[in-house]
Design a protein around this ligand. Structure first.
Ligand SMILES: [Zn+2]
Length: 234
């Protein structure tokens, strides 16, 4: 077989491996991108559930603070009461304590209602949080393995590139250029064998004389229809 034809066939095998490795990189990136999109959908959809829950939590703690403030006020008023002997003042302080106590009772009732509501929201809130965290950690894991995997892929590609030069150095430049040109159109099969007297790329049936020429494998023959380089496997 013509040496440069032989080299092209080997070169194509190496390039196919390189291409497959590059596609692996792409598919890892695509997977991560898809998951990030899903995560952002989860975030959007779970937004109202989280907001509602957080609002309720905030209302509860605000209400607790209101209760605390009133309890503190009552304590201080009771201290005042100890020192107060004027009946008018005593009555005014008592009235204030009564008002605060009433408010405290109302706020305690409110607290019970709000805590019940919060309990009802809990399952939904936990569910969306768990989903979000799960999706987030999946992405993180993938990103970690991606770094490792990319290193491996780069290493493999570097090794294949080295192998590649073995063949490119023994092939004439114009043949390499031809190969590159055809490869732009047909990345995976710029060089094809003939099968049953037809081009292995576009399946055009070739004239018998052409088949005879190709069967010699002693020069670069190209398909008249697709332009691929043709060779014969005995
Ligand atoms: Zn063809």
């Amino acid at each position: 077989m013509l040496k440069s034809l032989d080299a092209l066939i080997d070169l194509q095998k190496i390039d196919a491996e390189i291409h497959a490795l590059q596609q692996q990189t792409n598919s890892i990136d695509k997977d991560i991108e898809n998951r990030k999109n899903k995560l952002s959908v989860t975030e959007t959809e779970s937004g109202p559930i989280r907001d509602k829950y957080k609002d309720m939590e905030a209302s509860i703690s605000e209400n607790n603070l209101d209760i605390q403030t009133r309890e503190d006020r009552i304590k201080k008023l009771k201290e005042l009461l100890k020192d107060e002997s004027r009946p008018k003042e005593v009555a005014a302080i008592d009235a204030q304590i009564k008002t605060f106590s009433k408010e405290i009772n109302e706020k305690r009732e409110k607290k019970k209602r709000m805590e019940k509501d919060l309990e009802k929201m809990q399952a939904d809130f936990d569910r969306v949080n768990a989903l979000f965290e799960e999706q987030q950690s999946e992405i993180k894991n993938l990103e970690n393995t991606r770094t490792e995997r990319l290193k491996e892929i780069e290493k493999s590609i570097a090794a294949l590139d080295k192998q590649r030069t073995v063949y490119t150095t023994q092939t004439e430049q114009h043949i390499l250029d031809l190969y590159d040109t055809i490869r732009r159109k047909y990345p995976d099969n710029a060089i094809v064998s003939i099968n049953n007297n037809a081009c292995g790329g576009c399946y055009l049936t070739l004239p018998p004389q052409e088949v005879n020429n190709i069967m010699l494998n002693d020069k670069i023959n190209r398909c008249v229809q697709c332009g691929r380089v043709l060779y014969y496997i005995p």
